[in-house]
Design a protein around this ligand. Structure first.
Ligand code: LIP
Length: 267
């Protein structure tokens, strides 16, 4: 089953690699920071068609057009056709396709594919995480030895003060920051040991569903920034780390959440 999903995701990567005149199809969604191209729609439509042909009993929850066909479904795909759309529009060659499979209320499988580097991150619940078939094991280091990846949650302007406070409190404690523009790849990079911790004050389930399972199966801990379980049906903050640095990150976030003007700014 899962090799079928992986093959479909890899083929969808060909749409991204073959994209031409991207600039001519850019449209704004919720703001000038939140863009979509015809390729986001093409990839999502290809994935929906191919996945539901292969697994007709499954539902589909996709970013574009907020496709939300999951009512009454025990299993459904959570899909970001192009995570890192701004990077795609700017030809930065750092975007991915994210396909998660939710089954009976738990993430069962995740695939995150970076077509520019031909890197396929995958995980099946209880069976480990892999990069192009090689087993992934997250580095287990304290915050003081951590590279922190983060997202700016720039679509949700009310969260900007919280992101600034998280950066202010963590930067003195970590090795350094990285901000790539793709939450799914950031979380997979933590799973692969290319970084060590990730946070974002507010993103949507398709950005993190697949990658959250990959991080867990690589030995990581994932939750919302207040330490509660990730929510997969609406936007949520995200914290990803190792058994050593995750508790430190959550303590910082929970302290910020108590500050008077931070109420509601971390989702
Ligand atoms: C992006 C995320 C990123 C976040 C951006 C945006 P998109 O996803 O991966 O981490 O900071 O605001 O949500 O919109 O490129 O699929």
């Amino acid at each position: 089953m899962y090799e079928i999903i992986e093959a479909i995701v890899r083929r969808a990567g060909g749409i991204i690699l073959g994209a031409k005149h991207i600039d001519e199809s850019v449209q704004e969604k919720s703001s000038h920071c939140d863009l979509v191209t015809k390729y986001d729609g093409m990839v999502q439509e290809y994935l929906r068609e191919a996945l539901l042909t292969a697994f007709p009993e499954a539902g589909f929850y996709g970013e574009e057009e907020e496709v939300h066909d999951i009512a009454g479904k025990s299993a459904y795909f959570i899909v970001d056709p192009i995570d890192g759309t701004m990077n795609f529009v700017r030809h930065a060659k750092h975007s991915c396709i994210s396909v998660g499979l939710m089954k009976d209320g738990r993430m069962e499988y995740g695939a995150v594919y970076q077509p520019y580097t031909d890197e396929m991150f995958t995980a099946q619940r209880g069976r480990g995480a892999f990069l192009n078939g090689s087993r992934l094991k997250m580095r287990d280091v304290p915050l003081s030895e951590s590279i922190a990846m983060f997202g700016s949650a720039i679509y949700y302007r009310d969260t900007i003060p919280a992101t600034a406070r998280l950066m202010q409190e963590t930067l003195p404690l970590i090795l350094d920051f990285r901000r790539s523009g793709s939450a799914a790849l950031d979380i997979c990079y933590v799973a692969a040991g290319r970084a060590d911790v990730f946070f974002e004050a507010c993103i949507r389930p398709w950005d993190y569903a697949a990658a959250s399972l990959i991080a867990q199966e690589a030995g990581g801990v994932v939750s919302a920034l207040d330490g509660t379980p990730l929510r997969y049906i609406d936007r949520c903050s995200v914290a990803v780390g190792s058994p050593s640095n995750y508790p430190e990150l959550i303590r910082i976030a929970q302290r910020i959440l108590q500050e008077p003007d931070m109420k509601g700014r971390i989702k």
